[in-house]
Design a protein around this ligand. Structure first.
Ligand code: MCA
Ligand code: AMP
Length: 471
């Protein structure tokens, strides 16, 4: 591990006019460093920098500026409604919100807007050491309540990327291609900082469309399962990826038929890896090892995993017994911002992180993720959505008496968000969907709203969500 986080920025692996290209706009590493240097000078000493993460080079410049200045970066989803944006800005305490010129009318809820100009140049400050300080405060949903800020250190990012470089044989010769959102671990930390630490070019396609992936001519491709299943349905685009070196899937379970179709069309069995915002990536199949369909493979170097049963008893790694997956490793987060209650719930007394995922580990060490322990954490298109947050947004509507939100199985998105709503006035499903989208991020709006007279509840008054999910 180098002494700084962004080891590839000093030119040791060379440079090119298109080292980093986002949605058709390319910058060399030197230009990127100059633009980030100019922003870094303006944010020096700030306690945090929020970044409106539209898929553009401005997001890369602003993120890099935060890392160079030693200012924690707080990614804000570009489609976040006012309620969610305000929560992120207030909870993180970020006094500055970096935006691209086209977003300079964004409401900043008391923060100061800082417009990022990728053509600006300034001297980049010396990057702080990789082993100290918070790199990111990443907001993510729990089962209830507003999103929590996950504190991710520079050390965790460095360790996480080095673990992946080892597992995926990722080198400066790679050109990484993806079109994922830039406010998550997947798209931003792996997908942007990866090439800035490991080296190699980055092509971000704006959106993860099959034709854009096919046209990008990369060696290493990232996608969530929805991206891979859409690509597998587009034979011409899929075949273009046969020239690549490695296809990587993550953020949600990759269905076995998609794995197999992708392998048949591209000639590459995809690598699947498992992780969380709180832990970064901890388990993966390897570029130089077996890529088993339905399996997320082996712990990365330095990671330990274990299965724990309901009563806290150890569960054997026998390939059959299921337990909650707990993890330990250098890429784990430092906790939740200002939420000692959530920290206490998420860590065991002996320091392991409780993932909330249910898994099986084989005698050969291969991990299989069986599902989530809670029905209230939904994964739709790779986005993590807390049922409680959507229910609270729906209940804010004057015509809603009660609401329950579930993730229903879906061939394209894995799960889709379905809301069961008890109305107390005239309202349509479309109005409620729009109401949620205006407050939270657009991807958190229900795809279906079912108006019902009452919700099924048990004797304790708890909604029987499994009953709602029955066909
Ligand atoms: C969507 N649309 C809707 C609704 N939802 N319209 C009405 N009602 C709704 N409820 C609209 C969209 O705005 C869009 O419109 C159109 O329908 C198509 O939407 P959709 O099917 O959602 O397709 P998409 O917009 O192309 O999204 C699919 C996607 C997206 C690209 C796969 O889900 C995505 O980017 N997922 C990635 C999530 C991710 O990166 N997660 C990583 C977190 P229009 O076309 O007009 O816009 S996990 C992580 O970081 C960990 C550590 C890990 O393991 O990686
Ligand atoms: P997020 O914090 O948005 O990254 O969501 C993390 C969650 O995504 C995990 O707790 C898992 O439930 C799920 N997840 C990520 N990768 C995989 C995978 N390869 N297979 C199954 N579930 C996954």
């Amino acid at each position: 591990m180098g002494t700084v986080l962004l080891t590839a920025l000093d030119g040791r692996f060379g440079d090119s006019a298109d080292a980093v290209a986002v949605d058709g706009v390319a910058l060399s590493r030197e230009q990127l460093l100059g633009a980030a240097g100019a922003v870094a000078a303006r944010i020096a000493g700030a306690p945090a920098l929020a970044v409106l993460t539209r898929p553009g080079v401005e997001t890369v410049v602003a993120t890099l500026a935060g890392l160079l200045a030693g200012v924690p970066v707080v990614p804000v989803p570009p489609d976040a409604g006012p309620k969610e944006r305000e929560h992120i800005l207030r909870d993180s305490g970020a006094p500055l919100l970096a935006v691209a010129a086209r977003d300079r009318d964004t409401a900043a809820h008391g923060a100061r807007l800082l417009t990022v100009d990728p053509a600006e140049r300034g001297a980049a400050p010396d990057e702080p050491a990789a082993d100290g300080g918070t790199a990111f405060v990443l907001y993510t949903s729990g089962t209830t309540g507003a999103p929590k800020g996950v504190l991710i250190s520079r050390r965790a990012v460095a360790a996480g990327l080095d673990g992946l470089a080892d597992a995926w044989s990722w080198t400066p010769d790679d050109t990484l291609v993806h079109g994922l959102p830039l406010f998550h671990v997947h798209g931003l930390i792996l997908g942007v900082l990866g090439p800035l630490r490991i080296g190699g070019r980055l092509v971000h396609t704006g959106r993860p469309a099959p034709q854009a992936y096919a046209a990008a001519g990369g060696s290493l491709y990232f996608g969530v399962p929805t991206v891979w299943s859409r690509l597998a349905a587009d034979e011409v685009s899929a075949k273009a990826l046969s020239a690549a070196r490695l296809l990587v899937s993550g953020s949600a379970p990759l269905p076995v038929p998609v794995f197999e179709r992708l392998a048949a069309l591209t000639g590459h069995a995809p690598v699947e890896r498992y992780g969380m915002t709180e832990t970064l990536i901890t388990v993966s199949t390897r570029a130089d090892g077996e890529r088993r369909p339905g399996s997320v493979g082996l712990p990365l170097a330095g990671v330990r995993t274990r299965l724990v049963g309901d009563g806290g008893n150890p569960v054997p790694a026998d390939g059959e017994s299921v337990g909650e997956l707990q993890v330990l490793g250098p890429m784990l987060c430092d906790g939740y911002l200002g939420r000692p209650d959530a920290d206490a719930e998420s860590w065991t007394a002996d320091g392991w992180f409780r993932t909330g995922d249910v898994a099986v580990i084989g005698p050969d060490g291969f991990h299989r993720i069986v599902g989530r322990a809670s029905v209230d954490l939904i994964k739709s298109g790779g986005f993590r959505v807390g049922a409680g947050e959507v229910e609270a947004a729906l209940r804010d509507h004057p015509a809603v008496a009660d609401a329950a939100v579930v993730g229903a199985p879906d061939a394209d998105l894995g799960q889709v968000i379905v809301a069961y709503v008890v109305p107390e006035g005239p309202v349509t499903g479309g109005q409620l969907t729009a109401f949620v989208a205006e407050r939270l991020s657009v991807h958190k709006r229900p795809r279906r709203v079912v108006l019902v007279d009452e919700l099924p509840r048990n004797a304790m008054g708890k909604v029987l969500k499994k009953q709602l999910l029955e066909p």
